[in-house]
Ligand binder design. Structure first.
Ligand code: PEP
Ligand code: MN
Length: 337
């Protein structure tokens, strides 16, 4: 971190700043220029508050030269993280296909969809039991009963289950869930992140709708700093000026995150677009861009779905897409991309 001082800084204030930094184990290299003095801070600056230092009277500017996330940082962990989930994994060259209904609605519904997506090549069943809905009058999910139905579908198909946890109080219900999803709206619920960081269950963190890459990675850092290294990132579109699509899918996040982090990356074109017809081209594009996997909403009766019907693929459309994704994944390997 570099601290640029204003010209002729007050001596007492400067001494106090230097002492304060030294007390935090920081080594300071001072470089005195004609108009400005620069302090080069060496050591673990991750806990320093940039804004606090920048607000001091004697400080002109503060610049970080290293990212504030350490455990999620590719620089300190060059090898890709591979998250083991049951007999399958996320990352490490595997194409993960998470599929299922936005909401679990009944045993028949979730088991039928689970069997269909499994037959098409899905590697995990994803379904919501607790739903974060914009309106309090919309269906809020089946809750604990929904989780039980997901477990029945897991027993029927062997597919590991992925489901969203919305609140710390729900943690005991998720002990037997294979992947815990933290939704976009909870990406910066830091208390929740700390608690799921204490669990021995993989956590998939969806990108907040206006989160920068750094903010998203800092959320991963929260989980990892609490002890849980099995973190998966999921891009689900960000909010822009465009209203034709539900969100705007940021596929550039794949090469960017590959560089910044060792964590696996899942793309969710369903919530990114809100329209079933747009899901297949973006899903294939995500595979071609190097995603570790996809999250696709599938419903056996989209017009009557209790949540997110317009973006849900019918099982037949998902079957075609799954084949295209697998073929694209193979093709990308053959061209060495
Ligand atoms: C979901 O996955 O069903 C969901 C609510 O997604 P998001 O948190 O990305 O909006
Ligand atoms: Mn949904």
């Amino acid at each position: 971190m570099i601290v640029i001082l204003k010209s002729n800084p007050d001596r007492d204030q400067l001494e106090r700043l230097i002492l304060w930094l030294q007390e935090r184990g920081i080594i300071i290299h001072t470089s005195i220029g004609k108009s400005h003095t620069i302090l080069g801070l060496v050591g673990d600056t991750s806990s320093l508050d940039v804004d606090l230092i920048a607000a001091l009277d004697i400080v002109e500017d503060v610049k970080r030269i290293q990212e504030p996330y350490k455990k999620a940082n590719r620089k300190f962990h060059p090898d890709d993280t591979v998250v083991k989930v049951g007999d399958t994994q996320v990352g490490g060259g595997t194409l993960t296909i998470m599929a299922g209904p936005c909401s679990v609605e009944s045993e028949e519904q979730v088991v039928e969809i689970a069997k269909a997506v499994k037959a098409s090549g899905a590697t995990m069943l994803r379904g919501g039991a607790f739903k974060p809905r914009t309106s309090p009058y919309s269906f809020q999910g089946m809750g604990a009963e929904g989780l039980d139905l997901l477990k029945i579908a897991r027993a029927e198909t062997g597919l590991p289950i992925v489901s969203e946890l919305m609140d710390i109080s729900q943690i005991p219900l998720f002990e037997d869930v294979d992947v815990i999803q933290i939704g976009a709206r909870n990406m910066q619920n830091f208390n929740l992140l700390k608690e799921v960081g204490k669990l021995n269950i993989p956590v998939m963190i969806k990108r907040g709708m206006s989160a920068t890459y750094e903010e998203w990675l800092m959320s991963a850092e929260y989980v990892m700093a609490s002890g849980n290294q099995n973190v998966i990132l999921c891009e689900r579109g960000v909010r822009t000026f465009e209203t034709y699509t539900r969100n705007t899918l940021d596929l550039a996040c794949i090469p960017v995150l590959r560089k910044l982090t060792h964590l696996p990356i899942i793309i969710d074109p369903s919530h990114a677009t809100g329209k079933a017809a747009l899901v297949p081209p973006l899903a294939v594009g995500a595979v071609a861009t190097g995603a570790d996997g996809l999250l696709i909403e599938v419903h056996n009766d989209p017009p009557h779905a209790l949540c997110d019907g317009p973006q849900s693929l019918r099982p037949e459309a998902f079957d075609t897409l799954a084949k295209q994704m697998v073929a694209t994944h193979q093709f990308m390997k053959t061209i060495g991309a």
